[in-house]
Ligand binder design. Structure first.
Ligand code: KIV
Ligand code: NA
Length: 265
């Protein structure tokens, strides 16, 4: 009855076992995923889009990640809780990254942190890992760089594929325990996965990664509008919740709720 550790994830790769990861932003949703046996929950900076109403991940603050990470930790018993370092909380260098990550581990109870970038973030990863904080890296499409790269497939073409491989090797050499590959061609993700001894966690990166991650509001059908092609919707929470709200409104207007069974006399 202990929490999943990064060592368990390394063993899974050795055994060829694939594992799922979901985002979570609050205690109650996190408790559902924890009870469902999802081994890793990411308090992603996708909270900007999915939870806080921002248009991207860029405005998300360390305070916001710290608060929601603490909630997810309180709501879970088994899952490894991984906190995203938000934009601006690690780009200044390794010391800033350590200060930010320390807060998420010490104050919020995160078991590991994630940050974006390959070669460019190797110094930060190295210091965090030497300080005892497990780090997941994130290469390919890195949404915190949306103003520079847009939301486009990365690693397409021989040169870009080679750079992606160099980035993935750089984070492995710096000590990362795993690396997210976001929106890269399936063949490139497969080659990176074969080339690394640490697990790759794919999102829009095809079936050959060691693990798969989805944003929970996407996979559960709560996110409105058109979703990227790589998302599979496993539920239709948006319509289910909307129907519940409409039924409640009608019951109140028509006097059907509350009934005698809901009323003390
Ligand atoms: O913030 C997030 O949800 C992420 C995943 C998409 C990997 O970084
Ligand atoms: Na993120």
């Amino acid at each position: 009855n202990r929490r999943v550790t990064v060592r368990d994830l390394a063993l899974a790769k050795e055994r060829g076992e694939k594992w799922p990861m979901l985002t979570a932003y609050d205690a109650m949703t996190a408790s559902v995923f924890d009870e469902s046996g999802i081994p890793v929950l990411l308090v992603g900076d996708s909270m900007g889009n999915c939870h806080l109403g921002y248009e991207s991940t860029v405005p998300v603050t360390l305070d916001e990640v710290a608060m929601l990470t603490a909630a997810v930790v309180r709501g879970t018993r088994h899952s490894l809780v991984l906190a995203d370092l938000p934009f601006g909380s690690y780009q200044e260098g390794a010391v800033q990254a350590l200060r930010s990550a320390t807060r998420l581990v010490k104050e919020s109870g995160a078991g590991a942190v994630k940050l974006e970038g390959g070669e460019r973030s190797a110094d930060q990863i190295d210091l965090l890992v030497r300080s005892g904080i497990p780090v997941m890296a994130h290469v390919g499409l890195t949404p915190q760089s949306v103003h520079a790269m847009g939301y486009r497939v990365q690693g397409r073409g021989e040169e870009a594929a080679q750079q992606l491989l160099r980035d993935a090797k750089a984070v492995q050499d710096a000590g990362a325990f795993a690396v997210v590959l976001e929106l890269v061609p399936g063949q490139v993700a497969a080659e990176v996965t074969r080339s690394l001894h640490i697990p790759t966690v794919g999102i829009g990166a095809g079936p050959d990664c060691d693990a798969q991650v989805l944003v929970w509001t996407d996979m559960a059908g709560l996110t409105p509008g058109k979703l990227p092609r790589f998302v599979k919707r496993y539920a239709e929470l948006r319509s289910a919740l909307g129907e519940a709200a409409t039924a409640f409104a009608e019951d109140v207007a028509g006097g059907a709720y509350p009934g005698a069974e809901h009323t003390v006399s």
